[in-house]
Ligand binder design. Sequence first.
Ligand code: HGY
Ligand code: MN
Ligand code: MN
Length: 409
Amino acid sequence: MTPAISPARLMRRLTALGEIGALEGGGVCRLALGDADKAGRDWLVAEMERLGLAVFVDAIGNIWGLRAGRGQGAPVMVGSHIDTVATGGLYDGALGVLAGLELIETLNENGIDTEAPVAVAAFTNEEGARFAPDMMGSGVYCGALGRDEMLAVTATDGAGVVGAELDRIGYRGSAAPVVPAAYLELHIEQGPVLEREGLRIGAVTGVQGIHWTEFTVHGQTNHAGTTPMALRRDAGQVAMRIAREADAIAAAFGPPQVATVGVFELSPGLVNVVPETARLTVDLRNTDGNRLNEATRRLTGFAETAAAQAGCTLSTRPLARFAPVGFDAALVGKVEAAARARQMSVRRMPSGAGHDAQMFAPLCPTAMIFVPSEKGLSHNVKEHSDEADCAAGAQMLLDLVCDLAGARI
Ligand code: HGY
Ligand code: MN
Ligand code: MN
């Protein structure tokens, strides 16, 4: 039996990292490549070095720490991300990275060596909240996104470019990504299923497709009082129709289709001026790739017609286009078996959220472990997962890594 991880030490690290970018009143904001993200990175690298890991940073700022194995083969890799959305919590991403440190420390203190090296990774800009798309760092690491194209991405609010921000925070490295022998990610579910069903572990079967699109409507400013409705070119009204259509598509398609209008900006944004410009983003997701493509086709067609009918013009920018991904059936089976071996209740389930793991699935056996989110809340400062559940997930991660990496116990 593999040795027990230390739940207290895991929670101490989660709390310590959570103090970096902490928000007044609770929650965390470590938007990718900002000062808090840099501070989190610096803290993580120091922790990795303290555990005796060889630390690597690649051209897009991905960080991984490597524990040598008896052999020189490809590492078994665990990881996730430490960047957060602006209304983030302690657990989204951080749990997977810090459970990796916990398994390393448990191996170290028990003098356990492994045949394969073991790597713990923190990928750049998993959230995509400041720089789209999400899973940017892992996408570049795995060759799914072009490095130079991503380095040139400008922040969705226009403030900052990825490459320049990496230079500013000192995390543009040169290490060459290594394809792992297997990739495992522990993550909070961020949804209501495990808690509702009273289960401890999710053996994640795959990730649903994700389409992010930015619509910019161009109309004409005019006087709110003197301009007859028929003579207006009101960018705001068109944007609102597009937003309503996104909601109507989700209703018409039914679950698991979801639609979210996250950004909605009007310019000049004055009470008595017909809006000249409107910018909105729409996040569409579905486990079925064809239905997702149909939803996007329908929405963009609607947007073009709505703009034309209002005498406006429209520009559309795809911010993310990720097809659904399935994880390795054998490794998903191992996740399920590892839970059962510890008498943990478990079910198979898809992921509604995007994860770095989805980038590894085409390259190597990949799977994820979910633990419950209280009230299914995430991307919310009240995000919470129980210590016992976090520890259970971390213990399973150690069990699986010991199995996959050929630990001598
Ligand atoms: O958007 C997502 O699903 C992830 O949190 N980046
Ligand atoms: Mn995440
Ligand atoms: Mn997230």
